[in-house]
Design a protein around this ligand. Structure first.
Ligand code: ADP
Length: 294
């Protein structure tokens, strides 16, 4: 082979190598470019996340301050509200004793219901702003439920709701925080009333749970609207409401209070119509004395 030919061959080889290397380089360049683009995207995302976290922290801070303020206001409202309730009930007694005017007695009754409803909302607000710390004591569940049914009797009548209850006689003494459980049950009863604007039936039962005899189950079943399947996973979330004037706090408070009792609350739609809420509570608890004295 002539020298020229050899040089051409070498040149061709060099070109080939050059092309291969430059296509390798091009590939690496593209990979690098894609990687840089991905990293830039990630950087933007993490900047956005950081910003969102900062905003969330600010919002939480503001919420905590508003919560604190709401709790203080609620506390301040409690005393005058108690006086209004006391004097209205004295007035009601006086009216029915002296004038025997049923209309005026009814006015006083309306005032009393309004005050009780305000008191219930204030209690909800106070319970929402702090973690429930139950003070356990022996409580007569039958008496508690009868008391609540008496409390809401006027509302049942007004909304044409029939009430049935079946409370196991043996549940005289359960260990719970009576005030907390009262608020939980009242929230569920008021929700059931709201769900039956055209009247209906509310059944309350309390008995030993079939599958877990160490627990009692209190269930409330209504013949109302039931709960939309899409709403079911959210109804215990704070502020979730489908009502125009709802606060969305009732069920969240109920769940927190039941959990603080080492219990659980479940909901399901009834076949046909209405909803059933079931509260499972341990009959007795370990270390009860320790918790009582905390
Ligand atoms: P609020 O009563 O202020 O809306 P809750 O937390 O008590 O707040 O209830 C959240 C939502 O759960 C209600 O807005 C309603 O949509 C639904 N809900 C609760 N109880 C019932 C019930 N018995 N029947 C139908 N829906 C209910």
């Amino acid at each position: 082979m002539s020298e020229k030919k050899t040089q051409v061959k070498m040149l061709e080889e060099a070109f080939k190598q050059f092309n291969a290397t430059s296509s390798e380089l091009e590939k690496s360049y593209h990979l690098l470019k894609t990687e840089v683009r991905r990293l830039k995207k990630e950087l933007r995302k993490s900047k956005r996340e950081k910003e969102a976290l900062r905003e969330q922290a600010e919002r939480n801070h503001r919420l905590a301050a508003v919560g604190e303020m709401a709790a203080r206001t609620a506390h301040e409202l409690r005393n005058p509200l108690g006086s209004i309730e006391l004097f209205t009930s004295l007035l009601q007694k006086e009216i029915s004793k002296t004038s025997n005017d049923p209309e005026k007695t009814a006015w006083a009754g309306h005032l009393l219901s309004a005050v009780k409803s305000m008191d219930h909302s204030i209690t909800n607000l106070l319970l929402f702003t702090r973690k429930p710390r139950p003070v356990f004591k022996e409580t007569n569940l039958r008496a508690l439920i009868s008391d609540l049914l008496g409390f809401a009797a006027q509302l049942f009548k007004q909304h044409r709701i029939e009430v049935f209850h079946k409370i196991d006689r043996r549940l005289e003494n359960i260990s719970c925080d009576e005030d907390l459980l009262r608020q939980v049950l009242l929230n569920l009863i008021l929700n059931a009333i709201d769900a039956m604007p055209g009247g209906g039936a509310l059944k309350i039962s309390a008995h030993t749970a079939h599958d877990t005899p160490e627990e009692i189950v209190i269930s409330l079943s209504d013949t109302g609207s039931g709960i939309a399947e899409t709403a079911l996973p959210q109804i215990f979330d704070p502020f979730f409401t489908t009502k125009n004037t709802g606060s969305g706090l009732g069920l969240s408070i109920a769940q927190n209070a039941v959990t603080a009792h080492q219990g659980r609350i479940q909901v399901e739609n009834r076949n046909g119509c209405g909803a059933i809420f079931s509260i499972y509570l341990p009959k007795h608890r370990e270390g009860q004395h320790a918790q009582q004295t905390q």
